[in-house]
Design a protein around this ligand. Sequence first.
Ligand SMILES: CC(C)(COP(=O)(O)OP(=O)(O)OC[C@H]1O[C@@H](n2cnc3c(N)ncnc32)[C@H](O)[C@@H]1OP(=O)(O)O)[C@@H](O)C(=O)NCCC(=O)NCCS
Length: 142
Amino acid sequence: MEIREATSSDVPAMYAVDHMAAEEGSRRQHIRDWVDAGQAIVALIDSTVVGYSALEYTFFGCGFIAMLMVRKESRRKGVATALVTRLEELCKTEKLFTSTNESNKPMQALMKNMSYEPSGIVYNLDDGDPELFYVKRKKESR
Ligand SMILES: CC(C)(COP(=O)(O)OP(=O)(O)OC[C@H]1O[C@@H](n2cnc3c(N)ncnc32)[C@H](O)[C@@H]1OP(=O)(O)O)[C@@H](O)C(=O)NCCC(=O)NCCS
């Protein structure tokens, strides 16, 4: 598996792994913005993009994994673990945050597996499906 920064030539493949980007809309715009800003990474297996992730610094100045997506056929093979591990290496702040809906059990399992700490709950973003926040601190600061 190869993990590298996403380039504009990866954008169509990133749309393809993300069902929310099946049509032109805000997800496609976000993907283009992350790639243009140098904030996106992709995972490739046999030269095919199988997942992507995006790291922002807009969350109270801290690193924040704004998106993590692995195509259905490539799940449970360690792709998300490899992407998040790379973002942990790239993250310039002491704390790296992310969040997911309470209904998203696979993401919660991934967070537990990767030793992320729960860091609070925000209600009222998606009605009836609270947003669970997680954090991981750089090893040096522990
Ligand atoms: C959540 C997601 C990114 C996980 O990607 P993945 O590549 O399958 O994750 P990994 O293979 O690295 O999983 C590592 C570990 O996390 C846990 N885990 C991941 N998915 C799981 C699932 N569906 N059920 C139970 N545990 C799971 C397991 O402990 C797993 O280790 P194991 O396979 O040896 O048991 C993927 O399911 C996905 O793209 N979902 C849709 C998008 C999404 O919800 N993104 C996150 C919120 S933005």
